[in-house]
Design a protein around this ligand. Sequence first.
Ligand code: NAP
Ligand code: F7E
Length: 334
Amino acid sequence: MKKALITGITGQDGSYLTEFLLKKGYEVWGIIRRSSSFHTGRIDHLYKDPHDMPRLKLVYGDMTDGTNLSALMNEIKPDEVYNLAAQSHVRVSFDMPIYTVNADALGTLRLLEAIRSSNRAVKFYQASSSEMYGKVVEIPQTEKTPFYPRSPYACAKAYSFWQTLNYREAYGLFACNGILFNHESPRRGETFVTRKITRGATRIKCCLQEKLYLGNLEAKRDWGYAGDYIEAMWLMLQQDKPDDFVIATGESHSVKEFLEEVFSHLDLDWKKYVEIDSRYFRPSEVELLQGDASKAKKILGWEPKVTFKALAKMMTDADMKTAGDEKILKEQRQ
Ligand code: NAP
Ligand code: F7E
């Protein structure tokens, strides 16, 4: 039985990847951080009773603690490591640049060193990001497009990209960078713009809130579905040789278009409810991202399945149910 270790297992991608690998018959180990409250909501359905799912094991760890990562590597002896852990919010990275770089850049290096010193043939996946293209120098962006990072988060991810490539070339590690463009789902963190919109719009529909405060509505992103993208991570580690791949839909849409899609699905006019709040602007913005995943299509046989429209509908429908439940609870309390 193959063993996978996932950092960031409690996050959006971690939860989908765990489901996927368990279905493939893997034993999955996940690193979780100690927290004063429960934060395993996205994987609880896989872990309710440890006896039901003996192939999923959670251990405590943190990307800022290299000793702990080395000990886990030696204890678990994984065949594949998926490094998904990160302080992943771009706006927050301007508020916490040092922590972001510690976890997202040095954290990757700590993990790579833990693998190297374990002297085992481990396959490594690094969650690289389209944010590295930042102020883009060409459209669309491919594996050959130079990086121009525009935030502490993007700089940290660019550092990790190069370290991953360097461990591949210097030490022969089977290490791959997945350069994933934005991918969303009903499990997306609620402070990222798509989920903030679907949560806000459905709560407005249920009369639970009156306004939705947002920042730059003109920014354009290449938005795909997380459930599609995690398969690409796994595919990269099943190839004969390690490489780097762009994973994207090839389409770019503005925040405004996403708003239109969601509010019109709920028969609402977004202009009546959305207000601009400068707190959500970034000191330097990434205006447009659009990926070209031709290499992934050719070599991995990977293609996105969920369209922009279907993604917006999927997320809105899921949040409509949550808002409906919230409304019933509120009425029962009154
Ligand atoms: P996410 O939902 O924010 O999840 C991040 C995960 O990292 C959580 O499990 C979090 O744990 C964990 N984490 C944060 N800091 C940590 C630390 N110091 N030590 C250990 N764990 C830590 O992110 P996601 O959307 O699933 O993205 C997964 C990865 O892909 C991230 O590296 C992200 O930067 C990258 N990425 C994401 C996208 C996207 O569009 N989603 C695109 C490209 C790249 P807690 O639950 O304890 O907070
Ligand atoms: O912002 C604009 C904002 O925070 C998208 C992360 O997963 O994808 C994600 O990073 C756009 C930006 O995602 C609000 O200015 C407007 O232009 O949803 P986001 P992101 O910054 O693209 C990349 C690929 C990653 O790697 C990251 O980990 O939307 N925007 N108004 C807003 N954004 C937020 N969050 N909140 C607003 O109110």
